[in-house]
Design a protein around this ligand. Sequence first.
Ligand code: TYD
Length: 201
Amino acid sequence: MIISVEGADGTGKSSVAGYIKDRLQEMGREVLLVREPGSTGLGERIRLLLLRDESINICPKAELFLYLSARAQLVEELILPALKAGKIVVMDRYVDSTLVYQGAVMGLGVDKVLRVLVEFFGSVFPTFTVVLDSDVEDILARLEAREKDKVESRGVHFLEKVIQAYRDLVEVFPERMLLVDSRRPLEEVCEEVWQEVKKRL
Ligand code: TYD
């Protein structure tokens, strides 16, 4: 089982993913928690290039393949072995981030990106995906408190598109994806997500 947590930056994905992991472990389940891009040696290097290095120019197609390189390594090195060992994999971002950011917002095309994803990662698609929904004002207020990375510095219009693209995606995959309003106390959001995960175990 692969559970992914998605949403725009600053919606609390990492906290929610961590909460799911803790609750699953309390139930005695073995869990692998990973974040994308990252979690492997190659992935963390690529993460630095994509999110921190201001000195290089990366065009949208190059960006797509960097995210996919990081993912390929993650699947090979950590996800497949974890699934084989019977663990539940909890992911802080995964394939839907690529559909939203590169496919919809950067304009490479959701259908086109989906075809590539299905071709190379179709056997390890998420079983259940939570999308933490919010609005621009709420997200900007939360992001204000922390240092922004390259993606988070792309501005309000970019953020609006990300939020809308996630909403659209949930309509395309209503069985796999669930939209959860994150504009509430974190404990409440975590608990709602946990109840939804439990139903699907
Ligand atoms: P994230 O780890 O959520 O950043 P933060 O910890 O600062 O919230 O995600 C990093 C960024 O990577 C995020 O802005 C979205 C972007 N991203 C893509 O554009 N495509 C992808 O396929 C993935 C996995 C992430």
